[in-house]
Design a protein around this ligand. Structure first.
Ligand code: PMM
Length: 287
């Protein structure tokens, strides 16, 4: 068990424990919620429910990253996300925008988003890092090896932990060189993105080694396929995505105990409880 030194990202909440980021996918086809929040009123209502459950941050995304997914146009991505960002911000939520596109990031920040969550770590668009530097927002830089349609072809590593760390180090360098402030930069190993279940478990088992990169770590494991495979029934059928929340909360505890800065989850209530238990476990008793 590991208790990391406190680490924060400037411009995001600092509750003194691992942050819980709730997910609002305004998409017709995300694997984790299958389009339940695609209609705008449903997306807003869902975001408000996550806020009421205590989400520290709400991550709004308009592009599904499910393996094999087709990309929406930038206009479509904006029309899905921006009104939701506006409504949730107006209700007092701290909102991040999950996008690989600088135009969407700019519009979302204009609409009230306070940080950019980029699953491509700046590789999806050459302009992204400079745009984030100019926006002066926090940036979550994820390990990525290509768009969803073909990413699983890239799930080949000799040493997944060393290679992900090395490639993240290069993206950290690129982010800082573009002018993103070091205190505003968080990293993410990108579970399930060009990774098999075994790769994900190796990265989790060695999560603490990523602390040497010097930036707060976000873990996005919630409802992912590798949890479905772990919990498969006797005939080998994976546990359905919507029935993986207890496992996701267990993962939130372990991530928090390994010093994760933030967990990105669908079921906020369970993960908030989970990280509070983890936080209390490692805290000293009051004298
Ligand atoms: N996973 C998904 C989408 N966005 N962002 C970050 N930083 N890390 C992740 O692991 C991540 C992400 C895909 O999952 P979803 O369909 O449940 O949103």
């Amino acid at each position: 068990m590991y208790s990391a030194p406190p680490h924060w990202v400037e411009g995001l909440p600092q509750p003194g424990r691992c942050l819980v980021m709730g997910v609002v996918n305004v998409t017709p086809d995300s694997f984790s919620d299958g389009g339940r929040w695609f209609e705008r009123p449903a997306a807003i209502e869902h975001g408000l429910a996550l806020l009421a459950e205590g989400a520290d941050v709400i991550d709004v995304g308009g592009e599904s990253t499910r393996p094999g997914a087709e990309r929406p146009s930038a206009e479509e991505e904006m029309s899905r996300t921006i009104p939701v960002v506006e409504a949730l911000t107006a209700a007092g939520a701290v909102v991040t925008i999950d996008t690989m596109r600088p135009a969407v990031a700019r519009a979302a920040v204009q609409a009230g988003a306070v940080a950019v969550n980029d699953v491509s770590g700046g590789l999806g668009d050459d302009e992204m890092l400079a745009a984030v530097a100019e926006l002066e927002t926090p940036y979550i830089c994820m390990h990525w090896r290509g768009h969803s349609a073909h990413m699983q072809d890239q799930a080949r590593y000799d040493d997944v932990v060393a290679e992900v760390a090395g490639q993240l180090a290069a993206r950290i360098q690129a982010s800082l060189a573009a002018g993103i402030a070091p205190g505003r930069l968080a990293i993410d190993p990108g579970l399930g993105f060009a990774k098999t279940g075994e790769h994900n478990w190796s990265l989790l088992r060695r999560l603490e080694s990523l602390h040497t990169l010097g930036h707060p770590i976000l873990v996005g494991a919630s409802r992912k396929t590798f949890l479905g495979a772990l919990l498969a029934d006797e005939s080998g059928d994976p546990r359905p995505a919507l029935e993986r929340d207890a496992a996701s909360a267990a993962l939130s505890v372990l991530a928090a105990l390994c010093g994760a800065w933030c967990v990105r989850v669908h079921d906020v209530r369970r993960s908030i409880d989970a990280v509070r238990v983890a936080s209390r476990w490692v805290k000293q008793e009051a004298p």
